[in-house]
Every structure is written in structure tokens, then in C-alpha cells.
Design a protein around this ligand. Sequence first.
Ligand code: SAM
Ligand code: ZN
Length: 314
Amino acid sequence: MKESLLRHLVCPECHGPLTLAVDAREDQEIERGLLRCGPCARNYPILRGVPRFVDTDKYVGSFSFQWNVHRTTQVDSLSGHAESGKTFLMKTGLTGSELKGKLALDVGCGTGRFMEIAAELGAEVIGLDLSFAVDAAYTNMGRRPGIHIVQADVFKPPFRPATFDAIYSIGVLHHTPSTREAFLSLPPLLKPAGIIAIWVYVWSGLYSQRLDRVRSLTVGLPERLLYGLCWVFVPLLHAFSWIPILGRLTNYIPASNQKRGLAWDVMDTFDVYSPRYQWKHTEPEVAGWFKEANLKEIKILNFPVSVRGRQAGA
Ligand SMILES: C[S@@+](CC[C@H](N)C(=O)[O-])C[C@H]1O[C@@H](n2cnc3c(N)ncnc32)[C@H](O)[C@@H]1O
Ligand SMILES: [Zn+2]
């Protein structure tokens, strides 16, 4: 953690100010220490370079596992792909002119792949995630200038109101107990005229119904077992897709097939069948939440369901 992060942080419980005690430092980074809240006397440790505002990863154990096993698979600078840069633009519409010199929040940062893109576009960016993906994100990019990482819950963000110029969340809010409530926790963190952009899973009728039926069998499986099954079944399902009749099986048990290597598809398939929560939504529903939060300039982007809007003011 960089000391400069402290000015943006407050106690997630009482919103009181925090004071910092450093136990171990490496160059600019505080590797170990404590954040203390004066008003409510709660303590939040800094461990392995990351301030921890939660003491467990609650219902996101599958993501703690997934993002530490696949720490580099989707990070453009470490994987040799350019996928995250393209995806960021497609799902948020955020550009360099909107991010340069601004403070951005990446909600559900995972391994930090989109923080890298936002930072390249000139933003100072704070990544928040409930899972131990924060350890992967910290290893990947926590020491880079202008990048900060916190382990916290989107329902209790450790920030002052009106802190951020931009907030984005890609593929995250539908993995919480309530996508709408998770979303509504974010607009108060925007400065006047700040931008918020989210992408959540789309409801696709029969396809979604079939997927949820398979998920009802897989979500409870131990992570390592399900992950092992993905390594067995993903190549089999890829092979079946070429065979008449057998190929229809892939309509009922879809497996990712992104043509970016087997590890990517295994990870993506695990990402579909393992998370505890995985809601799907329509564009009018998500646009409705933006209206409910009194956001302006609401825009539905081409990739469903990607919506952005702007805080009133200034
Ligand atoms: C599918 S991953 C997406 C990660 C990243 N945005 C990406 O696209 O690579 C969903 C992430 O949401 C995080 N998440 C789920 N519920 C959360 C919550 N209540 N607060 C913060 N993060 C949460 C998970 O830990 C996980 O890392
Ligand atoms: Zn407090």
C-alpha cells in the first residue's frame, strides 16, 4: 500500500478517519501495518501490501482460487494478448480523455487486468475486491505507480462520498447477493459529474435457463474438483462440437471456446460454473437502476448489458 492511498480511505463501518501504523515497508510500499479507526476503535490490517477491510472472502472463495491459479492468463502485459484493452473499451466506453489525470475505482478488480488499462489511459486507479484475488492483483501491479489495491466489500466501500471521477465494474455486480443493491452503493462515491460504467451478464432466455440448470449441480462442488473436471470436459466438449448429434451436447453444457488457448477456456468455463451468485439482467432493468440513482446521460452500449451514466452537478 502506498501512503498516498490513506487520504481516500475511511472506516467502512462508521466512515471515521483512519490512522496508519507501519510495521514493514519496502521502498514506497507499506507491506505490513495497521489502519485504526479513531471513532469506532476498529482495526484493519495491511497484509502482504494490501489493506484488508474484510476478514474472510465470504461467498467468493471460487474467485480467490481462480484468480490466484490464473493470475496472468488475462492480463495483457503478462499474457501477450490485447483482449483486456479491447474489452475495457467495449464494456465501459471509457476513453483516455475521460480518464487522464483522474481518480478511478475498479469495482471487483480480480487480477487487476482492467486497472492496467485504466492506468495506461492516464488514471490513478484503486482496485477493490472481496476475494484473495487482491493478492494476485498486488503481485501483478500493486507496486506500479498510480495503482492501489484494497480487499473490501462493495456493500461497505472504505471511501469517502464524492471521491471518484470515474467508477467502472466489469463482470462483478451480478456475482453479489443483489446486483441492484451492489450497484446502488456506488453512485454516492462519485464526484459531481463523475462517470460510472458497468457491465453485467445479460438474460438470454433458454440459454440462461439451461446454464442455470447445470449450475445448480456444479456450484456446490469443491473448487479443486470442479476445476479438475473443467480440464477434462472442456477439451472433450470442444472435440464433440465437430461431431453431428454429439455436438448438440454443447447447447446443454456450454464450454468456453475463445481460441486463446486451453487454459483460458478452462478458466472461463470454471468462471461460469463455480460462482455462488450469477444473476442475469436485461437492458431496461439495468438502465432503470441508473435512473433510480438519479444519474444523467444514461447510455446503453452495444455489448449487452453495458450501461454508463453521469452524476449530476458541476
Ligand atoms: C468474474 S470476476 C471479474 C474480475 C475482473 N473485473 C475481470 O473482469 O477480470 C468477479 C469479481 O467480483 C468480485 N466480487 C464479488 N462480490 C464482491 C463484493 N461483494 N465486493 C467486491 N468484489 C466482489 C469477485 O471476488 C471477483 O474477483
Ligand atoms: Zn470506524
